[in-house]
Structures are given as structure tokens and as C-alpha cells.
Design a protein around this ligand. Structure first.
Ligand code: C2E
Ligand code: CA
Ligand code: CA
Length: 666
């Protein structure tokens, strides 16, 4: 199906050259025909006139022979000769009898009377008796057939006249040259004899002077038109080239843009199909992590310069069968050939190394998503999207990695889209439910606290556990709203319980690391809690160590403000992921939550327990309370009690539960 985007692009690409060429030819043709017609018409007109003059002159001479007799023969002949000296158009006069016998002639020509023809002198009625005999060899243009001359109009036929004009040097024509010349006999019957006058009809360029002047003017105008047309046509072609260059060039790298990439990649895959899939092709998405931070530090221009360098470096490593384009911001699309996955991974790794060598002083991280193209697949945007998805689904931006696309990723992406579509509505409709998981004291094993954990009761999907949406909210920022919502729910709940005179315990809420970009986070939290007038020490805030990676100073400031304001602040998931004892040194916290991971796994339990007891000892020395998470067995509870761990949170005592259930049980 052709999308409207494709239509728009095609419209831009369409080169409308033919109409221009045809238009130009048409103009030239029209002008040519007009010129030919004008020329023919004027030659015709001049010829007609000259034929008339010649007839006139011939009749005048014939009149001299009206009373011709033997006596006056000599004097008349002298008279004719004198006349011929004056009139240069008549070359010879002859007298012949009706039988064709020549009585006298002023020259040596003799007409071939078989070729006589009555000229149609409609205009010159007075000469209706005149016969014209055309000299066969006087003009090449005349055609004789079976003793009949088929000329009259043929003489004047533009088709016959034009070759004369073209044969001669055109400018010489202007210089008094004869354009049309032919000899004809006028045969005038006088009494018993016939007077023949051989007329040399010649049409000179000067006869057509006005005509030629107008032709020149005409030609100049035509030339102007044609020139104008050609110039605008050339400039049209130039602008077409420029448009298509703009259409296909990436402004940052100066190389192919995405449109061109799609075009090239499509034709390469097509070529490969025709060669029975000689090569394996992979679509690769490559992105530079923290490009924005780079631009913030060094400026956008530097950033774009870097993209250009990367582009050139990548392009150098491609073969002719492959293609590359800068896509967006710091992303590239590559169409690569490969022999097997191992070889492809090795190549991509070396590509990464090559890019890293461009800025040796800085360690850059790259995300690479790969989609192995199957036979017959050709929708480049879709293929690229799969590669991009593979990259996006594969994890955080903190290290380089190469991820291959799999079908699960597609499902996950669809789920993400659904979550994002529904989340705002869910917040308004209170679809997010607070569940509480008790924290039980070791020793007396009594309720000593609780953790608020969110559950999504979706109208169509039903119960959704947090691991299916929290990571998505962390990526898209919605987690900020959700955490605020949970905090407010807990503050409200505590206020209600206080008002009802219930014995309350501190309830903790989770605070995602995304909050710590906010400078006024402590004030913001106070403002939410203070709406319900609850003492701050019944609210505990759980934050994970990963918040440390972003802005250490901001974290330390906020934590100290929160503790000064009376909130209990705890470190969640200690021992999971990137924990380091170092963070305990700098961060002054109230509670340490030991991650459930310590109590899981097989074989290394003993070592795990050893570490737990050491961590507990350390935390005690730092004046922190200890909560152990994910406790599922009596043995674990007893062990923790022995180690003087303060609180226990886990399925052994209770799973997270809705508030009404929590109220019933505790
Ligand atoms: P977390 O903060 O570490 O929460 C503890 C998780 O451990 C909870 O999972 C809880 O149900 C589970 N758990 C407790 N005891 C046991 C046990 O004995 N065995 C096992 N297998 N699991 C146990 P849950 O509720 O699925 O929450 C998962 C994570 O989602 C939480 O880990 C927390 O990081 C996040 N989360 C939940 N609610 C919120 C929230 O409102 N805001 C934020 N930012 N994150 C939340
Ligand atoms: Ca927690
Ligand atoms: Ca935890």
C-alpha cells in the first residue's frame, strides 16, 4: 500500500521534463511552419506579379508585328532588337507560322512547342490568348510528363521553392541573389503568325526585401523565445537536481539521508533476491548513548561534528553491497551482509572499537540492535524498527551491547504501548491499588511496619503485578506521578487511622531514582504529606542505591533534608546489583533493607548468611536499623533473630495485601 508520505515524496521526485521538451519542439515547429508559409506566400505573390509584367512586355512587342510585312520586316526586327537591349527580362523574340515554321528570330533559341501550356492568368484577362511555353531546361524544378507540363502552381509550390533557399547561402540570398529563376516562352498570336517572347523570370532577394526583414525580426523573436525557453529549462533541470539532492542528503553528515537509505537498501535486497539470496543481510540500529550529555558539555555543533566523523568512519568499513544512513539524533541505520552470527558480532564489536578510537579521551557507549533479515522481507522501515526495538529492549544505557531481535520483544513493545496508553486514565480512575506488606519484628514477632506496594487493577487486563509496568513507568517518567500518588494515599491512610485512634506503624513508600533530578524533592514530599497533617516519622521513604549514580550531591542533600524533616529514610535492595559499601560511608540513612537475593540461590547459602551477619553488624555500628526482605522460611527467621536483625518482611509472615485485609489482620 502506498502511504500518503510515499505519495508526497513521489510527487516531489517526479521530473516533469517531457512536457517542457515537447513544448519547446512545438514552439519551434509552429514558428517554422509560419516562416515557411510566409516565405512561400510571398514568393508566390512576387512570381505572379512578374509573370504578369512579362506578359505585358511580351504583348507590347507582339503589337509591333500587327502590321508586319516584308517591307517593314527589317525595320521592325531592328526595333525589336533595340527593345530587347532595354528590356533585359526578355531574352529573345521569334516569329513562327501557325505550323511552327520559324520566320525570324532575334537569337538562337527555339521553343519546344510540344510543351505548350495555357497559363491561368485570371488576374490578367486581357492576355487570355497568350500561351506559355516553358523551357524544359530553364528550371530544374519543373516536371514534364508525357509531353504535359504539370507545373503552374508547382513552380510556386513552397516545397519546391524552399530547397532553393536552403541550398543557397542565406546571407548571399540577401545580396541580390536569384531565389527563383526560370525561362518561359510567351506565345502571342498576331494575325497569321505567332510572336514568341522568351522571358527570363527571376525573383531576387531584393524583391523579397520586406519579407526577409520581417523574417529576420521574426527569427530574432523566435530565437529570443527559444533561448528564454532553453534557459528556463536548464534552470529547471538545475533546480530539479538541487531538489533531489536536498531530498536525499542528510544535513548533519552530508551523506545519504533516511529516504535514500530506504531506496538503496530496498534495491540491494531486491538484487539479492534476484541472485537467489546469495548474501545474508542484517539490519542494524546503532546509537550513541549520552549524546545529549555530550552536546550539553561541548555544544550541539561539536556533537554534530562527532556524528559526521562517526558516519565517515562507519561508511569506510562498508562494502558496496551494504548501506548506511544517519537516522535521528545519534542513531545510524546500517544494512550489512554477514556469513554467520558470530562473524557479525565480531564485526560489530570492531566497528564499536573503531568509533571509540575517534575520541580516545572519552569512553563512549553504543547500543546496537540487530535484525537478521529473512528471505522475502523488504519493508526497510519495519526491519529497522525491529533492530531498534532489539536495542531498546535490551537494557540500560550504561554500557555497550549488541542485542538481536526476537519475537518476544515485539510482544513486550505492544504491551508497553498499551501501558502507556492506559496509564493516565488509570491514575484518574484509581486503578492503582495500595497493597501493604507487614514488617515483623524479630523477637516478639509483632507488626512493626509495612511497605506500600502498588498493584494495577486494570478494567480489561485484571490484576497486573508491578514488575509489568514499573520499569515502563521508570523509562517514560510516569513513575514520578505514581510515587506521588502512593505517598499521598499512605499519608491519607495514616491520617485516617490516627483520627480513628488506631495504633499505627511506619509505612514505607518506594521512591524511584528519577525523583532525584528534582532539586526541591524534599519540599515536594513535605507538601504532599503535610496536606494530611501526619507526623513525618510515620512515613518511611525507600530509595535504591542506583540513585547514587546520577547526581551524588543532589542525593545527599535531599536525603539530609528529608531526615531533618523527620522522615525515615531507608536504603532498599542493599546487596543487589551494584551495591557498594562505599555508599554507606557517605549516605547517612535510618534503615538498611537487605535484599532477598542473599537468601536465595543454591550452594552458596552459607557464604550468603556469613555476609548477612557481617552486614548486620556493620549497619548496627552505623546506627542503622536492619530489615531483611524476602524471608520465606522459619530457619531464615530464626537465623535473623539470632543476628539481631530488627525487622523481617517476607512471605513467611505475610504477602502484600489490600488495605482492608491488612486492617483485619493487624
Ligand atoms: P521492592 O521495593 O524490593 O519490593 C519488594 C518486593 O518483594 C515486592 O514485590 C514484594 O511482593 C516482594 N516480596 C516480599 N516478600 C517476599 C518473599 O518472601 N518472597 C518473594 N519471592 N517476594 C517477596 P512486588 O510487590 O512485586 O514489587 C516489585 C518491585 O516493584 C518493588 O520491589 C519495587 O521496586 C517496585 N514497586 C512496587 N510498588 C512501587 C511503587 O509504588 N513505587 C515504586 N517506585 N516502585 C514500586
Ligand atoms: Ca521497596
Ligand atoms: Ca526491596
Amino acid at each position: 500500500m502506498v502511504s500518503s508520505k510515499d505519495k508526497r515524496i513521489n510527487k516531489l521526485k517526479k521530473k516533469r521534463i517531457w512536457p517542457s521538451v515537447i513544448g519547446l519542439l512545438f514552439i519551434v515547429l509552429i514558428f517554422g511552419v509560419i516562416v515557411a508559409l510566409l516565405l512561400a506566400a510571398s514568393i508566390f505573390d512576387v512570381t505572379q506579379r512578374k509573370l504578369g509584367y512579362a506578359a505585358n512586355d511580351s504583348v507590347k512587342i507582339a503589337e509591333l508585328f500587327k502590321d508586319y510585312s516584308e517591307e517593314n520586316a527589317a525595320s521592325r526586327q531592328e526595333l525589336v532588337k533595340t527593345y530587347l537591349d532595354i528590356n533585359t527580362d526578355i531574352e529573345q523574340v521569334s516569329l513562327i507560322t501557325k505550323d511552327g515554321e520559324q520566320l525570324w528570330a532575334s537569337g538562337n533559341e527555339y521553343p519546344n512547342l510540344d510543351f505548350s501550356y495555357r497559363f491561368d492568368f485570371q488576374k490578367y484577362e486581357e492576355f487570355s490568348d497568350i500561351r506559355i511555353v516553358v523551357e524544359e531546361d530553364s528550371n530544374d524544378m519543373l516536371e514534364f510528363e508525357d509531353g504535359e507540363v504539370t507545373l503552374t502552381t508547382n513552380i510556386l509550390d513552397s516545397v519546391n521553392i524552399m530547397p532553393l533557399l536552403i541550398d543557397d547561402d542565406f546571407f548571399a540570398v540577401l545580396d541580390d541573389n536569384v531565389i527563383v529563376g526560370f525561362k518561359i516562352w510567351y506565345v502571342i498570336p498576331v494575325n497569321d503568325i505567332q510572336v514568341l517572347a522568351l522571358n527570363h523570370i527571376q525573383i531576387y532577394a531584393t524583391d523579397l526585401f520586406m519579407m526577409i526583414i520581417s523574417l529576420i525580426v521574426f527569427a530574432v523573436i523566435l530565437a529570443f523565445f527559444v533561448l528564454y525557453y532553453i534557459v528556463s529549462f536548464i534552470s529547471f533541470l538545475i533546480s530539479m537536481r538541487r531538489t533531489s539532492k536536498i531530498l536525499y542528503t542528510d544535513m548533519v553528515t552530508g551523506g545519504d539521508n533516511w529516504l535514500q537509505f530506504v531506496k538503496k537498501a530496498t534495491s540491494k535486497l531486491k538484487w539479492n533476491r534476484r541472485r537467489r539470496h546469495k548474501n545474508n543481510y542484517a539490519m542494524v540500529h546503532l546509537r550513541i548513548y549520552k549524546y545529549r550529555s555530550f552536546c550539553t558539555c561541548f555544544g550541539v555543533r561539536e556533537g554534530e561534528g562527532l556524528i559526521e566523523q562517526f558516519y565517515l568512519n562507519l561508511k569506510e568499513k562498508l562494502s558496496k553491497k551494504e548501506a548506511i544512513s544517519h537516522h535521528e539524533n545519534a542513531e545510524f541505520g546500517l544494512l550489512l551482509t554477514y556469513t554467520d552470527e558470530q562473524e557479525l558480532v565480531a564485526r560489530l564489536e570492531s566497528i564499536q572499537q573503531g568509533l571509540n578510537a575517534i575520541l580516545p579521551s572519552m569512553k563512549m557507549h553504543f547500543g546496537i540492535g540487530v535484525y537478521l533479515i529473512a528471505q522475502g522481507e523488504k519493508d526497510i522501515d519495519l526491519l529497522y524498527n525491529n533492530a531498534l526495538l532489539a536495542c531498546e529492549m535490551s537494557g540500560e544505557e550504561n554500557e555497550s551491547r549488541i542485542a538481536f531481535f526476537n519475537v518476544e520483544m515485539n510482544k513486550q513493545k505492544l504491551w508497553e504501548r498499551k501501558v502507556e496508553d492506559d496509564m493516565d486514565r488509570a491514575l484518574i480512575n484509581h486503578e492503582f491499588m495500595v497493597y501493604l506488606q507487614p514488617k515483623i519484628s524479630t523477637g516478639e514477632e509483632r507488626l512493626a511496619g509495612a511497605e506500600a506496594l502498588v498493584r494495577w487493577i486494570h478494567p480489561t487486563e485484571g490484576f497486573i503485578p508491578p514488575n509489568k509496568f514499573i520499569p515502563i513507568f521508570e523509562r517514560n517518567g510516569f513513575i514520578l506521578k505514581l510515587d506521588d500518588y502512593m505517598l499521598e494515599e499512605i499519608a491519607r491512610q495514616q491520617a485516617e487511622w490516627i483520627a480513628n485512634g488506631r495504633n499505627i506503624v511506619p509505612i514505607s513508600v518506594n521512591l524511584s531514582r528519577a525523583h532525584f533530578t528534582r532539586e526541591d524533592l524534599a519540599e515536594h514530599i513535605c507538601s504532599i504529606v503535610d496536606r494530611y497533617n501526619v507526623p513525618h516519622n510515620v512515613i518511611e521513604l525507600e530509595l535504591t542505591e542506583s540513585a547514587f549514580f546520577d547526581d551524588k550531591k543532589a542525593l545527599l542533600d535531599t536525603v539530609s533534608k528529608l531526615r531533618n524533616a523527620g522522615f525515615i529514610v531507608s536504603m532498599d535492595d542493599f546487596g543487589a546489583g551494584y551495591s557498594s559499601l562505599n555508599s554507606l560511608k557517605e549516605l547517612q540513612l535510618d534503615v538498611l533493607k537487605i535484599d532477598a537475593d542473599f537468601f536465595r540461590g543454591s550452594g552458596s547459602e552459607e557464604r550468603g548468611m556469613l555476609i548477612v551477619s557481617e552486614v548486620i553488624g556493620l549497619a548496627k555500628k552505623l546506627n542503622m536499623k536492619i530489615v531483611a526482605e524476602g524471608i520465606e522460611t522459619r530457619e531464615q527467621v530464626d537465623f535473623l533473630a539470632e543476628q539481631e536483625c530488627d525487622l523481617i518482611q517476607g512471605y513467611f509472615f505475610a504477602k502484600p495485601m489490600p488495605i482492608h485485609e491488612f486492617v483485619e489482620k493487624y
